[in-house]
Design a protein around this ligand. Structure first.
Ligand code: CUA
Length: 171
């Protein structure tokens, strides 16, 4: 059987495309630093957050030399902290977010970073990120959570190391 050389060429190109598509999908899944949020954050009583050691005082807790835990509660229609006061972390730190909801399902997305979780009552979404440079980020709720969903937003400030200490919530 003879295969025309143009047919061979197109077969080759089609094969190359398939390999390239598999390549981009694989890269997107494992190569781009994407971490899925699993259930390792644990659970919490959604209606007893004020009895929780950290969620009763949500905010930034120092856990090591350059590492911090940030506890955030999403509620209709604000983030605690985040909305009435920004979430504060120091630059050059590793930050582990622990996010839950006090009422209904909300979203927790730190715009222009890869921090993006659902805030589910009873569940703690846990994710770790590094913030190298000082800066300011918007925080948005991306799950429809009620009439004022579109107003539910907050702020995250990554402060220079020396400005941070004063604002820190004591752990
Ligand atoms: Cu909270 Cu939408």
């Amino acid at each position: 059987m003879e295969v025309h050389r143009f047919e061979k060429l197109w077969l080759g190109l089609a094969l190359l495309l398939i390999v390239a598509f598999i390549g981009t999908v694989t890269y997107g899944a494992v190569g781009a630093g994407v971490q899925m949020i699993d259930d390792s954050g644990g659970t919490v009583e959604a209606d007893a957050l004020d009895e929780h050691p950290q969620f009763s005082q949500p905010g930034t807790y120092k856990t090591g030399e350059n590492s911090y835990d940030v506890y955030v509660i999403a509620r209709q229609f604000l983030f605690q902290p985040g909305s009435s006061e920004p979430i504060r972390v120091p630059a050059g730190s590793t930050v582990t977010f622990h996010v839950t909801s006090g009422d209904v399902v909300h979203g927790f997305e730190v715009a222009s970073t890869n921090v993006n979780a659902m805030a589910i009552p009873g569940q703690i979404a846990k994710m770790t990120v590094e913030f190298e440079e000082p800066g300011s980020y918007g925080v948005v709720c991306h799950e429809y959570c009620g009439a004022a969903h579109h107003t539910m937003e907050g702020q995250l400030r990554v402060l220079p190391q020396n400005e941070f200490t004063a604002n820190m919530t004591e752990g």
